[in-house]
Design a protein around this ligand. Structure first.
Ligand SMILES: [Zn+2]
Length: 466
């Protein structure tokens, strides 16, 4: 019998607003525990929530970039449950009336993966387990968007492509940095299997809190095989919530699947309805950045190769950095080359690119190389020194003594020096010219502090050593 998987995803993205969703506490990661708390996010009796307008704007931005309908009226509900990471005893969320509905993502195989909804809610605190369990409420009340797909995904490769595109789209709006190692993007997976071609769905298993694309892929593959084995042995799959054990590489049963009615949802009487008028939507739409497709054609038009266009356009921050550097020195190919080869070697996605090296400094190094004030090799030396010290390239070039090129006579005298030091180089050259040329280039570069062009050195050696 042939089986197919049916997968729907719930994706949580933490918004990077200045303050939390319903109070004025700072929204910050990694600070001293319980320093960004107040009566509202600590769930003190009588404390009232006040909605953060920016969180609504951010939700609409994501909705617009995924083609969702933005609902003119939506409201908040309380999802009641007891767990120590949420002091109020309920989570403020949206169940029956989310801000966005519909929308979706086109996959390269032509299939369209639909969103059911995008809703705004609050994050819970963080439990830190050890000899005793500690609670950090800094994250409690941080705005989260929950994006729920329809059960449209059919394979691990579709899931991976979908998640990559989604991450890229969210990052483009700038409302979430999607650093999975910080939990800014988290996934729940709903998976069932059925006979290929069947129209009914099988029993659904939910896998909670997967924190990387890799783990989503592994958990889906594992769970698919587990369910196929159960069905093929003539048994039934239990509808339940399962966790993912990273070190064993398998899922494990956590609890029976809870039902919507278990949470006793009801409208939050402390918060008014959210009203978003068509004019508001239009003014939010104007905040959306240039779409990736427009960037790709703009970069192709200035002469960049397809793969280079894609690498630069793939990340909003890289694209911005490229554009600013280009304003300081207009040579698209050179600027792209330096960013992709040198700057991105240091970039891990968590720093600001200009904090590695400012666009002005990078542009000025590229200009020095182009104008012949520096050899390419010394351009790299200067680049590394600017990255390390953040000093002005003009000052550093003098300090390092690497400006300009040496006269041809200096190269010739360095080569004769080498011939005295190692008299057998000329014989070696006849046996293995390439090896000797590389060795000699290294020697001359060292003697001239890199102020010689490799091609020139090679040219002179070829004359002298014959
Ligand atoms: Zn607070």
């Amino acid at each position: 019998m042939e089986w197919e998987m049916v997968v729907g995803l719930e994706i949580h993205a933490e918004l990077n607003t200045e303050t939390k969703a319903f109070c004025a506490c700072k929204n910050a990661f990694g600070d001293e525990p319980n320093t960004h708390v107040c009566p509202t996010c600590m769930g003190m009796p009588g404390a009232l929530p006040v909605l953060n307008k920016q969180a609504v704007i951010d939700t609409v931005l994501v909705g617009l970039s995924l083609g969702c309908t933005i609902n003119e009226r939506s409201y908040f509900e309380r999802k009641n449950y007891f767990y120590p990471d949420l002091a109020k005893g309920y989570q403020i969320t949206q169940m029956n009336s989310p801000i966005c509905t519909g929308g979706g993502i086109h996959l390269s195989n032509g299939r369209f993966i639909r969103f059911n909804r995008i809703q705004l809610e609050e994050d819970a605190g963080k439990l830190i387990h050890g000899d005793v369990t500690k609670i950090d409420f800094n994250r409690c009340g941080v705005p989260l968007i929950e994006m729920v797909t329809e059960p449209d995904l059919r394979s691990v490769s579709e899931i991976t492509e979908f998640l990559n595109t989604l991450k890229q789209t969210i990052m483009y709006t700038g409302v979430c940095n999607c650093r999975m190692e910080r939990g800014e993007l988290r996934f729940d997976v709903n998976l069932s299997i059925r006979e290929k071609g069947a129209s009914e769905y099988g029993a659904r298993v939910e896998m909670k809190n997967l924190n990387s694309f890799k783990n989503v892929g592994l958990a889906v593959a594992y769970e698919y095989n587990r369910q196929v084995n159960i069905l093929e042995s003539g048994k039934c799959v239990d509808s339940e919530t399962r966790g993912w054990n990273d070190s064993l590489g398998e899922t494990f049963a956590m609890r029976d699947k809870e039902d919507v009615s278990d949470y006793r949802y009801f409208r939050d009487p402390d918060l008014p309805d959210i009203i978003i008028k068509p004019a508001d939507i239009e003014s939010i739409r104007r905040l959306l950045p240039e779409p990736i497709s427009a960037k790709l054609s703009r970069y192709a038009a200035i002469g960049l190769d397809d793969s280079v266009c894609r690498q630069i356009a793939s990340d909003k921050y890289i694209a911005e950095y490229f554009d600013t550097t280009l304003k300081n020195y207009y040579d698209p190919r050179e600027v792209a080359n330096w960013i992709l080869k040198d700057v991105l070697k240091i970039y891990d996605g968590s720093q600001d690119l200009p904090s590695i090296i400012s666009s002005e400094s990078l542009a000025s190094i590229i200009r020095m190389v182009a104008e012949g004030r520096l050899t390419r090799a010394n351009g790299r030396v200067l680049f590394e020194e600017v990255v390390a010290t953040h000093e002005d390239p003009e000052k550093l070039i003098k300090k390092l003594g690497i400006a300009g090129l040496v006269e041809e006579s200096e190269i010739v005298s360095a080569i004769s020096e080498l011939m005295k030091l190692a008299p057998n180089v000329v014989d070696d050259y006849k046996l293995n010219p390439e090896k000797v040329i590389n060795y000699a280039i290294g020697y001359v570069m060292q003697k001239t502090r890199g102020r010689a062009r490799a091609e020139k050195i090679k040219e002179i050696i070829e004359e002298v050593f014959v």
